[in-house]
Design a protein around this ligand. Structure first.
Ligand SMILES: CC(C)(COP(=O)(O)OP(=O)(O)OC[C@H]1O[C@@H](n2cnc3c(N)ncnc32)[C@H](O)[C@@H]1OP(=O)(O)O)[C@@H](O)C(=O)NCCC(=O)NCCS
Length: 227
């Protein structure tokens, strides 16, 4: 079952878009639901697909999206998205299996093609003020299982991913199952995080390793800085 756009309104930040579709509350007979706060808007593609039952989407007030695609492949998943950075838009594609959750905290932003996937009862939790550059992938599951030929045990279980507050994920960063990123940290371009990264560091590479400690970063772009 697919959620359909039902109401239209203008988005203040997109003057060239004549009308902006808006999410509204929704429920179906299989216990899937969408609950929206006030002033939730989507300027681009909107698609929420429920293949199973008992899935819940909560979009909090003042969450603004350029694109929102959520595919619920199974049952009992939850998605909770807080308001975006004022003046920016969430650009998100998500896919969930069974019994999993994805939580995006307040004041986060995502550039183009940001993808999150969770399954097998695992969660992805993003704190507040997290900045994702383009083509970031947050993968709590490998999507396909690998087994040992010795005893058929699963070698690549899905796992939770936790991203702290005020984290910057640079372009094309990938987080794999079990990634934990401490608050205030920066993950460098094309890095792959497979384990735990502490607070207030720069980590880079495949797999990502800490190269700088005791750092801070800020969101405003440097184009306004004079040399
Ligand atoms: C994370 C980042 C900002 C760090 O920059 P920095 O603090 O100036 O880091 P440095 O250039 O001093 O690099 C420190 C070390 O890490 C290495 N390094 C830096 N970025 C790396 C990367 N993405 N992958 C692998 N190694 C990297 C450097 O070679 C250097 O290694 P060395 O000490 O052995 O010489 C930068 O690496 C980055 O990713 N920039 C792209 C940001 C981006 O995607 N912006 C898009 C808009 S959000």
């Amino acid at each position: 079952m697919r959620f359909l756009r039902t109401r239209r309104m203008r988005h203040p930040n997109h003057q060239n878009t004549p009308e902006t579709p808006s999410l509204t509350d929704y429920t179906d007979d299989r216990g899937n639901s969408i609950r929206c706060g006030d002033n939730v808007m989507v300027t681009g593609k909107l698609s929420i697909t429920f293949k199973g039952s008992g899935n819940t989407v909560t979009i909090r007030s003042n969450a603004h999206f350029d694109r929102l695609i959520i595919d619920f492949e199974g049952d009992g998943n939850t998605v909770d998205i807080d308001h975006s950075v004022p003046g920016s838009l969430h650009r998100l594609r998500m896919r969930l299996g069974h019994g999993s959750s994805i939580t995006i905290g307040p004041n986060c932003s995502q550039q183009a093609e940001v993808y999150l996937t969770a399954s097998e009862g695992n969660s992805i939790t993003m704190g507040s003020d997290v900045m994702c550059a383009s083509r970031v992938e947050i993968r709590g599951t490998d999507t396909h299982a690998i087994y040992s030929l010795d005893d058929r045990t699963r070698l690549n279980p899905s796992a939770d991913i936790v991203i702290g507050d005020h984290v910057w994920l640079a372009m094309e960063v990938v987080l794999l199952p079990g990634a934990i990123i401490g608050s205030n940290s920066v993950i460098g371009l094309r890095s792959v995080v497979t384990g735990e990264i502490p607070d207030s560091v720069v980590a880079v590479g495949v797999p990502a390793k800490v190269v700088k400690r005791n750092i801070d970063w800020e969101r405003p772009v440097t184009f306004g800085f004079k040399p």
